[in-house]
Write a protein that binds this ligand. Structure first.
Ligand SMILES: [Zn+2]
Length: 534
């Protein structure tokens, strides 16, 4: 049995079968229905999207003997002769090889004669932009006063190369690039009809490789059928097209989260072993981070051209990044891509890029930062205004106090009185609201309202500790923290009962030096570190 390539076998023969160009086929059908056929059409668009196919359908429709619903019957003598390429009324010319003025003159001579059988004589000129200027001028003559029986259909991938005087005499139709999903659907349909098993990832890979062209997609599909037979799996597709596995790119983002530069070398080793092109990898990597960014911004992975499983992976990945970091990573890769072309040691350069990405410090949005600082300020005002831990507490502090511990408050005044001389300052700080006290289970927390108070009490830490144990009991512990610290926890909605966090807070405050407290708070707040300016 003669083997027919998929593109030919599945070529649409009716307007309704043309995929992804409904905006054009519907208009043409209307034109046929209402007998409003123009004498010249210009079909533009990328290759393999159905320009010539549509031109042929139009040619058959206008000449069909049993035309119904503006569609050609594809059975009558006129239709079959056109389908078989033996019609004398439909002439297909390849503009690339018949582009001289003589060719067009001959065409002009022949065009004068009426059609032999059908109503119209139709010239389909493919790649019309390849015509020479003189040929265009010769063509223009005929377009200026076209005989009634004549229809020109010009097809081109480069409409801007067609003389404007020609374009202005045509009805122009712009064919769209095929969307990945359209191609996926169509190839899947073909595979089904041909009893060929193909997995989702392979379908998407074919569609992407086809770059918007259905014809290319069908050719690639044929190639796989030839090599893999009735079962097409991504493993074979990957090998045949020598495609870099998406997992390579996900490995880079994992390395970024883990801050694991070791993975940079593993990735470069794997790429080299598999013989992948580094440049292609870098381009793919940029696309990968773009996809994460896209999903992050839109909070949706629906429009990503990947199978569901990868859409989910991108959603997860987006949740782990902040947008500023993504833009920085993309910028780094993009600028690297340029330099990479001229690099003499590509592998080392690649490893350098990967290491830079992996070790890139995370940044904080300046607006977020300002917001947080404002919040901190407001809170700290709020904090000092509150009659913290007294009977008149406002709602917020009330929540934070365990009522069972309230009984200890009267004792606190007693304590201050008793130790006033040894702990000189603590009582006056407390009375002027410069220090607050909080009781927890067997723990007393002193919250210093400002740096001065904090440093002052820090120098008396030992003495306070001894006094507390003496007065409240040996099992009582005490902590000294700064008010920003406790507010930070409050902002983060951290439960006050969280002992581990409390311990952290304590350690952090103990280790702090005398530098600006807001700056410190910011660094802690965002778990950040300072990046020296270049
Ligand atoms: Zn027909």
């Amino acid at each position: 049995m003669e083997h027919i390539v998929t593109a030919r076998k599945w070529r649409p023969i009716r307007f309704d079968e043309v995929i992804g160009q409904e905006h054009i086929t519907q208009t043409l059908k209307n034109a046929v229905s209402f007998n409003r056929i123009h004498h010249a059409y210009l079909f533009t668009g990328p290759r393999g999207v159905g320009k010539t196919t549509t031109a042929r359908i139009l040619a058959r429709a206008v000449n069909c003997e049993n035309q119904t619903d503006a569609e050609p019957c594809n059975k009558c003598e006129s239709c079959t002769s056109i389908l078989e390429g033996r019609s004398l009324d439909v002439i297909e010319i390849d503009g690339a090889s018949n582009n001289s003025v003589d060719d067009i003159r001959t065409l002009r001579e022949n065009a004068k004669y009426p059609p032999i059988k059908g109503r119209f004589k139709i010239y389909i000129i493919d790649e019309v932009h390849m015509l020479s200027t003189s040929a265009f001028n010769a063509l223009l003559k005929i377009l200026e006063e076209p005989p009634k029986h004549l229809i020109f259909i010009f097809a081109t991938t480069e409409p801007f190369k067609v003389l404007p005087t020609i374009v202005s005499r045509c009805q122009r139709f712009d064919f769209h690039r095929m969307e990945i999903n359209t191609i996926v659907k169509q190839i899947s349909k073909i595979a089904n009809a041909e009893n060929i098993e193909i997995d989702e990832m392979s379908l998407f890979t074919i569609a992407k490789k086809a770059d918007g062209s259905m014809r290319d997609a069908q050719s690639i599909f044929d190639q796989f059928v030839t090599s893999s037979g009735k079962k097409i799996h991504f493993e074979n597709v990957k090998e045949l097209l020598h495609i870099i596995d998406l997992d390579f790119f996900f490995k880079v983002s994992t390395a970024y989260h883990q801050r694991n530069p070791r993975l940079a070398f593993e990735i470069s080793e794997d790429l080299t072993k598999n013989g992948y092109d580094y440049g292609e990898f870098i381009t793919g990597l940029l696309e990968h981070f773009r996809n994460i960014y896209y999903v992050k911004i839109l909070q949706n992975a629906e429009n990503l051209d990947f199978p569901k499983i990868y859409k989910k992976k991108y959603m997860d990945e987006a949740g782990k990044f902040n947008t500023k970091d993504l833009v920085r990573v993309m910028n780094l890769i993009a600028s690297f891509e340029q330099q990479f072309k001229f690099s003499t040691m590509p592998r080392i350069r690649l490893e350098l890029l990967l290491t830079q990405i992996i070790e890139m410090p995370s940044v904080v949005d300046i607006e977020e930062l300002i917001k947080e600082i404002r919040k901190l300020r407001l809170c700290s005002q709020d904090f000092s205004q509150n009659q913290f831990l007294t009977e008149k507490e406002t709602e917020k502090p009330t929540k934070r106090i365990n009522t069972e511990l309230k009984a200890l408050f009267p004792k606190w005044s007693e304590f201050l009185d008793k130790y006033n001389s040894t702990l000189n300052g603590l009582k006056s700080f407390y009375l002027s609201h410069l220090v607050e006290v909080e009781f927890r289970q067997k723990e007393i927390i002193l919250i210093a309202g400002n740096d001065f108070v904090y440093e002052n009490l820090k120098s008396k830490k030992r003495a306070i500790g001894v006094a507390i144990k003496e007065f409240f009991g040996n099992d009582f512990e005490f902590q000294l923290i700064q008010s920003e610290k406790i507010l930070e926890n409050q902002n983060a909605d951290t439960l006050i009962e969280d002992t581990s966090l409390r311990t952290n807070v304590q350690n952090q405050s103990l280790n702090q030096n005398q530098s600006n407290s807001v700056e410190k708070a910011i660094l802690d707040l965002f778990k950040a570190r300072e990046i020296p300016l270049p």
